[in-house]
Design a protein. Structure first.
Lengths: 334, 290, 235
């Protein structure tokens, strides 16, 4: 897909979400859903960039999100850093940790990366709950209860001020999406495509797989951490429950439904998944059962997600059109 | 002090033997099919629930003999069709490994939540295989532990024998070493893939039965078990069965020592640190090839 | 006629590799298929042996259409593929490789007899039954690949570039062995670029270019054919 159509799809999707508060602004539930769609769409996009384009089997995305959230919460609660600064510092901290994890990881074969990053997520919970976590201010298993809201130009973007927070998130979402499109369409994006085809071939072109992968890992970690931080100042409380398999699976469904390596399909995946997740909430435990089953079914039946389906459909129409044209030509020549 | 250390070593050996049983199943599947099974831990829990249904819910006579005799064919069928229906269709695609990881992750959530939906969130306890203790000099053993140890070792030996001395075992090794070569000599590759999944499901499911009577049947145990088995396989060298064996013993020991001296909460961090350090120096793991 | 391929088309991803290929092989013949690298020779053998998924046309072996058969079924029917890059089991011994060669049901019954035959054909393998395949030299590995193919008790051998990358004296040896195997009653379809020692054995020649059969005939026909003469004399 070229940059123009990527940008168009993004502009239409986010533009549509962006005007919805005009009609739904009164409903706090709807506003929460819309805000969560924005946050998750960016986190899932970063994952798609890493997994679908850079070809890194990283399963640490939720961990980076949580690290961003904890960093910002600790900075603003324990060290009194203003939240608007803390969220960017949190992004920086997450990027540094991402690079530290990436350094040993990115030299490993695909499945090993999945394993180490996933194990990293699992080890994060005992760390945050344990004495080491408590020492840095994680609040142990109780978590952090009163995270202050972001204050922007004297306006408090707390959970009671849903609409300003939504638009603040929208602005950050648009900036980060632009960064992602730029990465995909830059020299780097081309390098990733080359790497995906053949690492040896790319190396012969002088593309250093390791350098690019590490850079992209750092940038996506920054964005993911930033949005984790944004989230924590929005909801005001934080615990290690964020590290559950549930969150991980929901994120997974977004890219499975959207199609891996089919950006911006993942943004549509996020819209779908967050909405379905909310709709299923009254079903209690069966919601997760359905979500798990959904991953299995979608991977089996729609391996390229909705994007693949749309592509198939347009290809089919294209082919039909062409055959019609050729028939017409044939007939006119007769 | 000395007795303490011996006791820790024994508990490490005990853990290690069951871990070995479970990790080897995973090493086998990866070595042969190159598929990453993230639902592996859910079959551990499945073994536990299977035993619970038979022994507690239905109260069948014959105890664990009946459990093992029925669980093994049951787990075989589950593993076989899991591969046939869910993994095998993916294999036609270039990026099937990633797709398989995602699918099995979804499956694992589905099964784990399914257990809670079917049996409730509470832990279930299984009757002990044997009760009582055995005193040997200054050491006191639970008879249960001894039985677990013996059964795990027997399982391992059976597995090793089957792999090296039967036609099917050789076919499995052939597919692991060269899938194209295996096809050339007429080994039904697809069936071998399914069979290895089935065997690994048996190994982890039996591990689940053995450990659940000590640690309860826990619907939330799967992720921890899965990651442990993965860490052991990666540490030992992905796909290397011998490597997994050593890795299981080393990690069993590490856990016993860390758990005793630093507290249980540090076990996961210690294991991860060991894995990261090992991979930093040997990216292919202890005994991995290439 | 033991093998008759009619209008075979095969695809490799998007690429249409074989285009309406038709060939005939009589029982007891050595048929040599020549052609430049990458023009579909290997794909033809692999299609015959059930190792290419997307294909259509007819492959009649002993009057039975086997185009939809799986590779294990085809091996069991008596066709065996000997790969150009050998495809041995690297961490297994010579003996284990040979025994796996007799994996199919049809081969199992004759394992002992075939093992004796193979060892008399390749005395060097008999001396090193315990050696790992990965530690063998290129020439030895090639011999092991052929030997493993013979263990399948096949009547029909599809051999992919047996002499590629070998020293001239080893090429001669391979050619001798192919001749010997043929004498023992096996039908052979061998694919080559243009190795005279192998071409010499041919009862019939085919040339495959860009997925099409462009020549069919005897050695003498080939020599009287201007374009082909160039190929043969240019070697």
């Amino acid at each position: 897909m070229n940059a123009k159509s990527m940008a168009t799809i993004l502009a239409v999707t986010y533009g549509f979400i962006g005007i919805l508060p005009l009609f739904l602004g009164g409903s706090s539930i709807m506003m929460r859903i819309l805000t969560m769609i924005l946050i998750w769409s960016v986190v899932a996009s970063c994952w798609d960039l890493i997994m679908g384009y850079a070809g890194i089997f990283s399963f640490g995305q939720v961990a980076f999100y949580v690290i961003g959230a904890y960093s910002s919460a600790i900075l603003s609660v324990s060290l009194n850093v203003p939240p608007i600064i803390a969220i960017f510092m949190a992004g920086g901290i997450t990027a540094i940790i991402g690079v530290i994890i990436g350094l040993p990881c990115l030299k490993l074969a695909g499945p090993y990366i999945a394993l180490v990053t996933f194990a990293f997520q699992l080890a994060l919970e005992p760390f945050l709950k344990g004495p080491m976590g408590k020492a840095i201010g994680s609040g142990g298993s109780r978590g952090i209860i009163s995270v202050p809201p972001i204050n922007l130009f004297g306006m408090s973007l707390s959970s009671s001020e849903l609409i300003p927070f939504f638009y603040f998130t929208l602005v950050l979402t648009l900036i980060c999406s632009a960064v992602i499109v730029l990465i995909l369409k830059s020299h780097w994006g081309t390098a990733f495509l080359a790497l995906k085809d053949s690492e040896d071939f790319a190396a012969s072109l002088g593309v250093s797989a390791f350098k690019y992968k590490l850079l992209v890992f750092g940038i996506t970690s920054f964005i993911t951490g930033l949005f984790g931080a944004l989230y924590v100042h929005y909801v005001g409380i934080l615990s290690t429950r964020m590290l559950s398999m549930e969150v991980f699976t929901v994120l997974l469904i977004m890219i499975v439904v959207g199609g891996i390596g089919q950006y911006p399909g993942v943004v549509l995946g996020a819209v779908f998944t967050v909405t379905v997740n909310e709709l299923l909430r009254p079903m209690g435990i069966y919601r997760l059962l359905i979500m798990g089953g959904l991953v299995v079914v979608v991977v089996l039946l729609l391996p390229d997600g909705v994007t693949g389906l749309i592509k198939k459909f347009t290809d089919y129409r294209q082919a039909k059109k062409e055959s019609r044209v050729s028939i017409e030509k044939h007939e006119s020549s007769v | 002090m000395f007795i303490e250390i011996i006791e820790i070593i024994i508990s490490g050996l005990l853990n290690g033997s069951v871990y070995a049983l479970m990790a080897i199943g995973l090493a086998l599947v990866y070595g042969v099919t190159k598929a990453f099974n993230f639902a592996y831990g859910s079959f551990y829990t499945m073994g536990g629930y299977f035993a619970w249904i038979l022994l507690v819910s239905l109260g069948v006579k014959g105890g664990y003999y009946v459990v093992f005799l029925t669980a093994i064919p049951f787990l075989f069928v589950v593993g076989y069709f899991l591969e046939k229906i869910l993994i095998s269709p993916l294999r036609k695609r270039d990026d099937w490994q990633m797709k398989a990881m995602m699918l099995t992750l979804g499956l694992s959530l589905f099964l784990d939540i399914g257990y809670i939906a079917a049996f409730g969130p509470n832990l279930k306890s299984l009757p002990d295989i044997v009760e009582g203790t055995l005193a040997l000099g200054p050491f006191v053993f639970m008879k249960q532990d001894i039985v677990i140890f013996i059964l795990s070792i027997t399982g391992l030996l059976c597995f090793a024998w089957l792999l090296n001395n039967t036609r099917v075992g050789m076919a499995v090794q052939a597919v692991a070493q060269n899938p194209v070569g295996a096809q050339i000599v007429g080994i039904p590759k697809e069936r071998v893939f399914a069979a290895t999944f089935a065997i690994s499901t048996i190994l982890v499911g039996v591990g689940g039965i053995l450990l659940s009577q000590k640690n309860f049947v826990n619907p939330q145990a799967s992720t921890g078990i899965m990651i442990k088995a993965w860490v052991i396989t990666a540490f030992g060298g992905m796909g290397s069965i011998k490597g997994s064996l050593y890795a299981a013993l080393i990690i069993g020991m590490l856990e016993a020592f860390v758990g005793y001296y630093l507290g249980m909460i540090h076990i996961e961090i210690a294991v991860l640190t060991l894995l990261l350090i090992t991979l930093a120096f040997r990216p292919q793991g202890l005994m991995g090839r290439e | 006629m033991i093998l008759s391929i009619e209008n075979l088309n095969a695809y490799y991803g998007q690429a249409h590799v074989l285009k309406d290929v038709s060939i005939n092989v009589n029982e007891g013949e050595v048929v040599v298929m020549l052609g430049p690298n990458g023009h579909g020779k290997s794909t033809l053998l692999k299609s015959l042996c059930g190792m290419v998924d997307s294909k259509h046309g007819k492959i009649l072996y002993k009057d039975q259409d086997i185009i939809k058969c799986s590779s294990e079924k085809i091996v069991n029917m008596g066709i065996t593929y000997i790969a150009e890059n050998r495809e041995l089991f690297p961490y297994m011994s010579v003996m284990e490789n040979l025994k796996l060669g007799a994996y199919s049901k049809n081969a199992r019954k004759h394992e002992k007899k075939n093992l004796e035959k193979v060892f008399s054909l390749f005395p060097r393998l008999a001396e090193r039954t315990k050696q790992y395949a990965s530690t063998m030299s290129g020439g030895e590995a090639k011999m092991l690949a052929i030997a493993r193919g013979l263990m399948s008790n096949a009547d029909f051998l599809a051999i992919d570039e047996p002499a590629l990358g070998l020293q001239p004296n080893l090429r001669l040896e391979v050619a001798k062995i192919i001749k010997e195997i043929n004498k023992q009653g096996k039908t052979i379809l061998v694919v080559e670029q243009n190795i005279p020692q192998i071409t010499d054995l041919a009862d019939k020649l085919y040339v495959l270019e860009e997925g099409h059969i462009t020549f069919e005939g005897s050695k003498d026909d080939a020599l009287s054919h201007d374009n082909l003469k160039e190929i043969f004399l240019g070697m």
